[in-house]
Design a protein around this ligand. Structure first.
Ligand code: SF4
Length: 421
């Protein structure tokens, strides 16, 4: 979930001539690098993906560097807290191209900063070898997020994954022994034909993995334009019903917490101290610079900038279009249109209630004071207090933290903010 290209757009725009929004006090920014290449297309996937016989490894690395050079001024006055390499499949990238980009980022943001930040990379089990683990770690990767999705042969086949159960398991074990300090794995539940028993066996496998620090477990969603969507529309996809999905979620929470993995976001679980810093930046309203095919960015230019405002930037989703002018926004994107303070404020509310880091209302007041239509901050605070009374949130001083119930209905809360504010 680390290329935040699915921000709901349910917020009707409203214009304001109020003061510009401020950045977060810590001026934090994350860098996202998208590597779109995949060995094959999974039937549930709607990410910006490029499956081709011959991957332009170096050409893509040069494109990313050109884009970074063109846009690095967007980092001025900010502090880079994280780098995230997502995809697609970043682990498919050849090591020379990968090192080339990492060395460039290291020299641009400074070796000391580079050595202290979280650098996370997504990896496919088939690419996990001793040689790759060493090279990724040497290049600065501190955290590996392995896309297993399931440990059941039948489900892996339904998901058209390019690895077996045994490959996934030995890849995770190898990464735990020889990889960077933190290993996370991704699973999907609510898969076609999946039974509760199969899900329980996946969680048994997770429990047996010694040293696992983080687990992401997503309820399968059927996205427009995917093969699963077409099959569902033809009545040829046997999905578990909502009750079974909720049962799987409840069981996941129970098992994960028994393993010492705390649920800190709707779909994310971590041992203490091992939450994803990159995704937490996104959920808590930090800016992000997205590089590469289909990558999204969020930038706040504050008072004193030539053109203050909140800007989204979306890159083209096709590799050739991207490589023809890296850093140019996609022609059909809304990136040229600034977000209003109100739109961004409402996004901050619904992202904030997705994570146990919580919604820092004092931080929001600092950023949005004077920038919103009159009375909106007070109205939002009253609504958040109402959600506390209803058991969806708890208030700890100025931080609103979602309960389990709140996390389970986070999308509904988002709609409530959009409707009420
Ligand atoms: S490997 Fe990941 S990014 Fe590539 S097609 Fe499958 S789900 Fe999508």
């Amino acid at each position: 979930m680390s290329n935040p290209d699915k921000t709901p757009r349910a917020v009707p725009p409203s214009s304001t001539t109020n003061a510009p929004v401020r950045r977060r006090r810590d001026q934090a920014v994350g860098i996202y690098v998208h590597v779109p290449f995949c060995a094959r297309k999974c039937p549930y996937c709607d990410f910006a993906v490029d499956v081709r016989a011959s991957i332009p490894h170096q050409r893509y690395a040069h494109g990313l560097i050109r884009e970074f050079e063109r846009r690095k001024h967007e980092l001025e006055g900010r502090t880079v807290h994280t780098i995230y390499l997502g995809g697609g499949t970043p682990s498919i990238w050849d090591l020379d191209a990968f090192r080339h980009v990492m060395e460039h980022l290291q020299s641009a943001i400074g070796t000391q900063n580079f050595n202290e930040i979280e650098i996370c990379m997504e990896a496919n089990p088939v690419n996990i070898t001793r040689e790759n683990l060493r090279a990724w770690t040497d290049a600065g990767v501190t955290r590996l997020s392995i896309g297993c999705q399931s440990f059941q042969a039948r489900i892996l086949k339904i998901l058209n994954r390019n690895h077996t159960r045994d490959q996934a398991l030995s890849a995770v074990e190898m990464a735990l022994e020889h990889g960077p300090g933190v290993v996370s794995l991704d699973l999907i539940y609510g898969n076609p034909e999946q039974t509760m028993d199969e899900w329980a066996r996946d969680l048994d496998t997770v429990e047996a993995l010694e040293g696992l620090k983080h687990l992401s477990a997503y309820n399968l969603t059927i996205e427009p334009g995917t093969a699963f969507k077409r099959r569902r529309d033809r009545g040829r996809l046997a999905l578990p019903d909502d009750d079974l999905c909720f049962e799987m979620l409840d069981y996941l929470i129970e098992r994960a917490e028994a393993m010492g993995l705390e649920r800190y976001e709707v779909s994310n679980f971590a041992r203490p101290g091992y939450r994803s810093r990159h995704n937490t930046l996104y959920w808590t309203g930090a800016e992000y610079l997205g590089l590469g095919v289909g990558a999204h960015s969020l930038r706040i230019d504050t008072a004193g900038s030539p053109n203050p405002g909140i800007f989204r930037h979306a890159n083209p989703r096709l590799t050739d279009a991207y490589l023809s002018a890296p850093g140019e926004p996609a022609p059909d994107s809304d990136s040229a249109v600034p977000l209003s303070a109100r739109e961004h404020f409402i996004e901050r509310l619904f992202l904030g209630v997705r994570t146990r880091a919580g919604l820092d209302f004092a931080g929001l007041q600092f950023q949005f004071e004077g920038a919103l239509p009159e009375g909106l901050l007070q109205k939002a605070e009253a609504l958040l207090d109402e959600l506390c009374d209803a058991g969806f949130l708890t208030r700890q001083a100025d931080i609103f933290v979602p309960t389990h119930l709140g996390l389970n209905v986070a999308d509904g809360l988002a709609q409530r903010f959009a409707d009420a504010l």
